[in-house]
Design a binder for this molecule. Structure first.
Ligand SMILES: Cc1ncc(COP(=O)(O)O)c(C=O)c1O
Length: 489
């Protein structure tokens, strides 16, 4: 069969695969974030069932012409909504090779003999960077981390660990009274993955949101809340870079309060973004105390220029994975079968190879410099916003997020009408989405710092880039582009 790789069609296969690579590279280097907008009423033709096949070279051509122009290019420097640039050449190489190699890490002996140990190496590097102890690794329960398919997956397993740590054998007996399984989150800045995972895990919607100050826990309120619900709190979650403002929690402060009241409460650090600072000698002091936490979520596909989907969950005490171990005599009864400690995952692809390639290629020192440049670019943008006559800055820049709003004339602060400003900034965002030249994120956020009106719900714009190619010129161009949008509105 021509369509299936074999020695008789080697030349054809190489041509097709090289063509696929060309298309991929051309896409990444495209100057615009998005060339065309896809309208939902065109979906019908995508749904047509492929009864007869299309020759691959023809298919690749039509894919390039008819589909690619509608795709968003997160690797473009004008994409400033999220840091997920996915443009490390080594990371992409790892992604391609892991698909070629088809190793299944559910089991180490016959499915993934060397891949298993290379995945263990990646987890060890992360543990070292974040300051967790490294054990002598005799089996999978000594590793102290797992690879999942995203921050949501890592947070879900962390909540599962918290649940089992709180009430042993829930895995076997199930949950009897979900309202006894409460989890604390900072109000208004939590990522939905925690709440959703608690629902998926049978713990119900029992999140308690504690008020924040400047996007961190109000520690007195946190203390009061834990004391009031003593015995019913299974976990407290902190953000080492929350999804909106990228504020880093007061990690030691929270640790002291929580563990002094109840040392069995599971402390989880969602460091999907902030773990990147561990690579930099200069910046790692900003996440000091993270190694005190029981678990840490990391998201290399967001912050390390690695393509989707790969995340790592690390836990302080590796033994705790025994709490959520499940085995089967089918394939998993061996010392290094990941499948025993990776809930929700059956066949387990070698996604960590992307991280392995990227770290081997760039090396920790240079990755650290890349993260420093990313943070300093955000600081520069914050300064440009602050110094401008018409935009206001709403957060302190801890990592790489700049939350801001167009306000017209800044010095008329006392005259701000929040409703009008929210509408105006939402319109700007809509126009940016329609144009497809630049991309920023938009969400609702309480004005914790009282820049416009303390406590009011704002709908600001948000810059956040992880693209090493970004330049100060792009930042200035962006603000001018927004000013031109305003003229046209
Ligand atoms: C703080 C935080 N945690 C978790 C997640 C979820 O990560 P993922 O999209 O990889 O599942 C995100 C995503 O933006 C996030 O910002």
């Amino acid at each position: 069969m021509k369509e299936i790789l074999n020695i008789n069609n080697e030349k054809y296969a190489r041509e097709c695969l090289n063509e696929a690579l060309e298309i991929g590279v051309n896409f990444k280097l495209n100057a615009d974030f998005k060339a065309k907008k896809f309208e939902k009423n065109n979906m019908e033709k995508l749904l047509k069932t492929p009864t007869k096949g299309v020759e691959l070279k023809k298919l690749l051509k039509s894919f390039e012409n008819d589909i690619i122009p509608y795709c968003s290019n997160f690797g473009n420097e004008k994409f400033m909504g999220f840091p997920d640039s996915g443009n490390s050449i080594a990371g992409i190489s790892g992604a391609i090779l892991s698909d070629f190699l088809q190793q299944n890490l559910i089991n180490s002996s016959f499915c993934a003999p060397i891949a298993t140990y290379m995945e263990i190496a990646v987890i060890k590097w992360f543990r070292e960077l974040l300051g967790y102890k490294i054990k002598d690794i005799k089996n999978i329960w000594d590793v102290g981390g797992i690879i999942t398919y995203g921050g949501t997956g890592s947070n879900s397993v962390a909540m599962m660990l918290a649940r089992e740590n709180f009430k042993k054998n829930t895995m076997i007996n199930g949950i009897h009274n979900p309202s006894d399984y409460k989890v604390i989150l900072p109000k208004g800045i939590g990522h939905y993955s925690i709440k959703s995972s608690l629902m998926w895990l049978g713990c119900g919607d029992n999140v308690i949101e504690v008020p924040t100050e400047n996007f961190r826990y109000n520690l007195q309120e946190l203390k009061k809340t834990i004391e009031k619900n003593k015995g019913k709190i299974m976990a407290v979650v902190c953000y080492v870079g929350d999804s909106r403002t990228m504020t880093i929690e007061n990690l030691k402060g929270v640790y002291d309060i929580v563990k002094n009241i109840d040392s069995n409460i599971w402390l989880h650090a969602d460091a999907c973004h902030g773990f990147s600072l561990a690579f930099s000698e200069k910046l790692k002091n900003r996440i000091e105390g993270i190694n005190l936490f029981d678990s840490i979520s990391t998201d290399p596909h967001k912050v390390l220029t690695i393509p989707y989907c790969v995340s790592a969950l690390l836990i302080k005490n590796p033994e705790k994975f025994k709490l959520i171990t499940s085995t089967s005599d089918l394939i998993m009864q061996e010392d290094f079968a990941w499948g025993q400690i990776t809930p929700f995952i059956g066949s387990k692809s070698w996604v960590s190879l992307k991280i392995w390639f990227m770290m081997q290629n760039i090396g920790i020192e240079k990755i650290g410099k890349m993260i420093e440049k990313r943070c300093s670019m955000a600081e520069k943008f914050a300064k440009i916003v602050n110094d401008s006559p018409d935009f206001v800055l709403l957060n302190d820049v801890n990592i790489n997020s700049v939350v801001f709003m167009y306000v017209g004339e800044k010095n008329k602060k006392f005259k701000y009408n929040v409703e009008n400003l929210n509408k105006l900034n939402s319109k700007i965002h809509e126009k940016l989405l329609d144009d497809g030249k630049y991309h920023l994120h938009k969400f609702t956020l309480s004005d914790d710092k009282g820049i416009i009106k303390k406590g009011e719900t704002l709908t600001p714009l948000r810059y956040m880039s992880g693209n090493p190619n970004i330049s100060v010129k792009t930042l200035n161009d962006l603000l001018n582009y927004i000013r031109n949008i305003i003229k046209d509105l």
